[in-house]
Design a protein around this ligand. Structure first.
Ligand code: HEC
Ligand code: HEC
Length: 330
């Protein structure tokens, strides 16, 4: 039934009229902070320390930045992440860039907010393998942290909730902005090459990418099965289905944002596509696994030049470099 509805919607939105070139640009809005976790400079600075501090892990070796490394596009450069005890996990570490804008977190959307998300990897056996009470005790024994928590949250405030709030505040500062694409729409028509402009028109037109990758950060916050082949230790990953138990969600994963995506190869929930060129080839052949495939994924019949153009457009979504200095840890 849902597929019928989707197919119907597809007929409507595939009508060429929808793809008027000048109606598609959406700039990245100002970051919003939740009412119960307002921004402050001190909070962001504390969150940054925690993000880079390997003492947050049980082994004292792994920090958030191990797997979401600014030097690797805020990912880890691996197909599938390596966690505690050097074990390969089932999924690829997505970039943290723009995660403050995402309405759902994780490939299967099992977390809603960054605050909610941040506690997960710290406690997860396969990731940072840390005992929460133990972590709170450890941080309480570090005078520099005690001082910073008092400044930000008040006396006796070292708790898992506040650790997560600070980290989430830092993550909201990691934003991709001022890309060639933004400059182009701000009036500098020389900011994008002719090939990138062709790619943009394909993205919003013939290649149908914007059916799912839309809005200011190029995600519909939805879940789709685009036919990614299995790889890695998980023989089968049902993705969103694990959360909803709805058959139509089998093999569906969150639509990732695409700004600055050229920085965080490899791609897909299990890292099966090594480069952007590979991703475009993947879509051109209409995906790999046909079971429960989204009706929006069909062979595209792109020419060699059109494939190049699409890749050029994806690269034009790179924001200016995100300056981050490694914090002095207390
Ligand atoms: C061992 C590697 C590893 C560590 C350490 C780690 N992550 Fe992740 N992170 C991942 C993987 C893998 C995923 C995707 C997992 C999934 O979807 O099932 C993920 C997902 C995320 C997401 C969701 C992004 C999105 O687009 O949905 C955020 C945000 C995030 N991590 C932040 C953090 C923070 C903050 C820390 C430190 C507290 C951290 N991670 C520690 C590997 C890691
Ligand atoms: C039906 C919705 C849909 C359409 C249409 C679509 N995508 Fe995607 N895209 C997704 C989803 C969902 C994923 C993640 C899938 C997975 O990992 O299993 C994804 C992944 C990607 C990735 C990898 C990002 C990362 O962080 O690993 C890139 C790049 C990408 N798409 C670009 C494109 C381009 C270019 C097009 C058009 C040719 C396109 N997409 C069409 C939904 C879509």
């Amino acid at each position: 039934m849902r597929h019928l509805i989707i197919a119907f919607v597809m007929v409507i939105i595939s009508s060429p009229l929808t793809w008027a070139e000048d109606s598609v640009y959406e700039p990245v809005p100002k970051m919003e902070y939740p009412a119960d976790n307002k921004w402050s400079a001190e909070k962001e600075a504390l969150g940054k320390m925690l993000y880079f501090d390997p003492r947050l892990s049980g082994s004292n070796w792994i920090s958030c930045a191990t797997c979401h490394n600014p030097g690797l596009g805020w990912g880890d450069g691996l197909p599938r992440t390596i966690g505690d005890g050097q074990k390969e996990l089932g999924r690829h570490a997505p970039t943290v860039i723009n995660s403050g804008y995402f309405k759902v977190q994780m490939w299967d959307g099992r977390k809603k907010t960054l605050e909610d998300q941040a506690k997960g990897p710290i406690g997860a056996k396969g990731e940072m393998n840390q005992d929460y009470d133990e972590l709170v005790r450890e941080l309480k024994a570090i005078p520099g942290y005690v001082k910073q928590f008092v400044k930000v949250f008040g006396a006796n405030s070292i708790t898992m909730d506040n650790i997560a709030k600070a980290i989430a505040t830092f993550e909201r500062s990691v934003v991709s902005k001022n890309s060639s694409y933004d400059k182009y729409w701000a009036g500098d028509k020389s900011a994008m090459s002719k090939s990138a402009v062709n790619g943009m028109n394909l993205f919003f037109g013939k290649a149908k990418c914007s059916i799912c990758h839309n809005g200011p950060v190029f995600t519909d916050s939805g879940f789709h099965n685009i036919g990614v082949k299995p790889a890695g230790p998980l023989k089968e990953d049902l993705g969103r289905y694990n959360q909803t138990k709805e058959d139509f969600d089998k093999g569906a994963f969150k639509t990732p944002g695409l700004r600055s995506i050229s920085q965080s190869a490899p791609y897909m929930h299990n890292g099966t596509e090594a480069t952007l060129e590979d991703v475009v080839e993947f879509y051109d052949r209409g995906g790999d696994v046909k079971e429960n495939l989204s009706p929006f994924i069909t062979p595209l019949g792109l020419t060699r030049q059109e494939k190049k153009d699409l890749v050029e457009f994806l690269k034009a979504l790179d924001g200016e470099p995100i300056e981050v200095t490694y914090p002095d840890l207390p």
